[in-house]
Design a binder for this molecule. Sequence first.
Ligand code: ZN
Length: 150
Amino acid sequence: MNSINDLYRQVIMEHYRSPRNKGLTSETGYISLRLKNPSCGDDITVQAKVENGKVVKIRHEGTGCSICCSSASVMSEVLKDKTIEQAKSIIEDYYNLIKGEPVKDEEALDEAIAYQGVANFPARVKCATISWKAIGAILEGHTGEQDVEE
Ligand code: ZN
């Protein structure tokens, strides 16, 4: 067992058991987006509040597998208090990580680096990226509900 696999299990279990920023809010100023991954049953809603070009709050709620739920929690921590530009760059790096491609800024990924292991399990890629796709779409100005595209 290598250390990245240990980290992967540890981060997933920890955030799955004690998710951060979980539960939706009815406060004003949030943009919501719901994404579903029919192949796994993941169904997640992400809410983000952007102020002065900065992501100040992120909430998430949903049901799904441990990879999906834990990665939503990790995402909500990693992208909080980042500018839109920083957040987009981290999101892009996260996709690189999941695809097993080189990342630009490993440090900025923080605990999300643990999901590196997903590159070895192509079937779980959608689970690990669904909440990141939701926040990415929010930052691009989308809202609503959709199924994750291939
Ligand atoms: Zn899943």
